[in-house]
Design a protein around this ligand. Sequence first.
Ligand SMILES: [Fe+2]
Length: 281
Amino acid sequence: MKLIHLTDTHLVAPGRSLYGIDPAARLRAAVRHIVAQHADAAACVLTGDLTHWGDDAAYAVLRDCLRPLPMPVLPLIGNHDDRARFRAAFPQVPVDAGGFVQWVHDTPEGRLLLLDTVMRGDEPGRKSAGYFGGGRLDWLRAQLDAARADGVAVFLFMHHPPFGVGLRAFDDINLNSQDALQFAALLRRDDHIRHLFFGHVHRPISGSWHGIAFSTLPATAHQSALDFHADVDWFSHESPAYGVALITPEQVTVHVCDFLYAGPLLDPASERRDAPPPEHG
Ligand SMILES: [Fe+2]
């Protein structure tokens, strides 16, 4: 089974750019690439920061950009999104009993649990950080129990990582420490979780946490510079990407696709050890 992972599309109203980039042009290029290469994917998940300012015009652009995708499209929200405006623009996306944008999606290889880690609006703290209060943890516990009872594997998708990634500017705004402790305690006891996908960091990162494999990706919009010392999250124009997860009962393999690459494709046989040195005029 193949899953497509897109993240941090940061769309803005038509005609605007963001940090010198046209986020909609980037997303349309990614979608064209996905349609051409991965029309067989079981689903396409977007792990939040769908828009940059959460405005209605940007959600309209998002709807239009995603329309060509032939597979189920599962969009999560991030800290740059506006939950109410997202729900108005995407009324078909399920929410839990508390109105949080989190739901389950079954696939042939397991159950996708799609989580909402965005601040409620009445919580103290930084809006850019992640939160999982308001009954969300109980919802996740119930879904993990149900998946265990059903004997299905679980794949988690969320915007904020529930841990630090070693980048100071981002480690201040991952899932807040109190919610992250409870989140870790809940997940540690579950061996049905096969992979955790997240967004937020705008960089390609993979590893494991409490034995759970994880991966995240470059944004389709701007990137974060790799600087382990800066207090500021400097943005960069490094290449965007999307992810292709190949999933079997034995293995999860995550590819990172540089969908804007327009350089040459080189025949491996075109280089010969005994080739004469180039002539210099
Ligand atoms: Fe983002």
